[in-house]
Design a protein. Structure first.
Lengths: 348, 348
């Protein structure tokens, strides 16, 4: 099969690899229909964080090709959405809704053969606990793209909003206007936020989508200047809830600085050299929640929202490539020519 | 008037000072009936943190002696409970229930003349927003002690439990078995915790009170050993909610380590060189909330609990001294001969 292989900084290429097979009887093999590139893939692509040479990609939807003998709920031929992390679905952490902390959890696309979503096939451990079955297959390209967004980015934005405790009437600040930040905007809107202030880039395409999804104010400054603008916008009180959707030290500092007393920073950006000021946050009673999103826990709710036409988060994909063109899929995001790239792998 | 004066490490003495007077027309002057020494007073007493030479004490109940012309709700002769922080009661943060982040907030006992609770009289800024009026004056010594506990320790323990999101049926861990930790135990019980595990000292008197107030398990180990014991007690899952009631780096590390995936550490111990691991907490979705407790926000609820006999948190005081004996009040707590010292200042 064809698979995207990370070779080192700035190099993701398509190579021929053995098609994965069932290894544990709880596995399923999924034929990938749509995959995509994640903002977090850019960390290793840019050489900022380590990643093993090998398979990449943790976002995919597709058709179940084969199952192990212990797989009970997932059937061959099912159209499935895979969360970016697999989980057994039965341990205490899964039952509590934190599947990314499953005692058997793992992330797709960590360099091992056949575990990357940017490929023709993927081996999915704990298929019953991990995969979500879609009813029917007759969807528009737009709806398919929205279903693909549930594998990570939309569930992650939603987790930021839930973690930050967004409630009806809130003034919410979203730090970051990448795909996750934009998903955070629509999530805050779903949870009833009245005012949504986005702190992000100067990219007009992102502003447009943010406004379409509920942003009321856009701040394209950074650091201290962004903090100043937000405080001015909120009568010097700060935001009721803050969604941290970047993970850098600067974005952390900004997020904590703009939280009003008693507010929670819902953080989903993987922290990179980010620090939390234990004392500064203490005196203002500013809290922090979040982590790798248990997108599996939110899947049914967000799936219903897509199917009912309440959200159209597939719009976050503004570039489509084939698997053969995976290098361009990465380059376009790296160079900020695209918010997020959808990768067409096979026909539904 | 007589007032306790901090002179430097290990030295708190009673000296004659000018009786405070109304300075702003929103002030009240309160004649102190009961005061006490706080675990946080030990930080400067032991020379661990800085404190200006001068007035000390931030916990007191007493009788309103005089009011400024702009004080509307508080009357001369009222029997009042003072939270450890004053607040205007009308700013956005006060209205949101975070009075310790009031835009006019300040803490009592910060070294200025007449602002310390361990004294015969205290000047209370923003009397209407700050003070809570008790109905009647005919109370037992036990009830008076419980009302005194609402100035800080009980409200602080309650804030830890509320911040940690304790709910019915939870397994709750309380780090620290000082007066705040013990108040955290009774607070967790009030919020419906099913199992309450205290990580604390080897002091049998503290264990006894902890068990009386709802603790089901007591772990008298520290650091890694305490973590191990707690994980064994919880089938290696950790606690649903953790109350951090110390503030040291070791207690922070312990608190975050024993939180189950998705749990919140409710922290009320003032952090002293404590660090928060941004990445370690991220991957387990462990959150953090808390800070200086807005005890004013909890006052009515906890007052009702005292008056109804639901809680008897005055039992946390296991030594009583006069104001003249303030040195012994500090020494006994410093040497852990007392959990918390009540200081009788005048007759109700």
């Amino acid at each position: 099969m064809k698979a995207a292989i990370f070779k080192g900084k700035g190099q993701v290429v398509v190579e021929e690899r053995p098609k994965p097979t069932v290894r544990e009887q709880t596995d399923a093999i999924v034929r990938v229909v749509l995959a995509c590139v994640c903002g977090s893939d850019l960390w290793f692509y840019r050489g900022v964080s380590d990643h093993p040479v090998g398979s990449v990609g943790h976002e995919f939807i597709g058709i179940v090709e084969e199952i192990g003998t212990d797989v009970k709920d997932i059937k061959q031929g099912d159209f499935v959405i895979a969360p970016f992390a697999y989980s057994d679905g039965v341990c205490a952490n899964c039952k509590a809704g934190f599947q990314t902390a499953c005692i058997h959890a793992g992330f797709f696309g960590q360099g091992a053969e056949g575990d990357g979503g940017q490929a023709e096939f993927v081996r999915v451990p704990y298929a019953d606990g991990t995969l979500f079955t879609v009813q029917g297959k007759d969807f528009s390209d737009e709806t398919l793209a929205s279903l693909l967004s549930l594998t990570d980015v939309m569930g992650t934005g939603y987790h930021a909003a839930v973690s930050a405790g967004v409630k009806a009437g809130d003034t919410v600040a979203v730090v970051g206007d990448g795909a996750v930040g934009l998903s955070g905007v629509i999530s805050a809107k779903m949870l009833g936020a009245e005012r949504i202030i986005v702190l992000g880039s100067t990219h007009e395409d992102r502003h447009k989508l943010a406004r379409e999804w509920g942003a009321t104010d856009i701040v394209d400054a950074r650091g201290d200047e962004a903090v100043k603008v937000l405080m001015d916008l909120t009568d010097n009180v700060g935001a009721n809830a803050v969604l941290e959707c970047v993970g850098s030290d600067e974005s952390y500092k900004t997020a904590f600085a703009i939280a009003r007393a008693g507010a929670i920073v819902g953080r989903v950006g993987v922290p990179h050299n980010a620090e939390v000021d234990a004392t500064g946050t203490f005196y203002r009673n500013v809290g922090m929640r979040g982590g790798p999103a248990p997108v599996r826990a939110y899947m049914q709710h967000l799936y219903d929202a897509v199917i009912n036409g309440d959200i159209n988060t597939g719009k976050v994909f503004d570039l489509t490539t084939s698997l053969d063109d995976i290098a361009e899929a990465y380059a376009a995001m790296d160079e900020r020519r695209a918010i997020k790239t959808l990768v067409k792998v096979s026909e539904l």
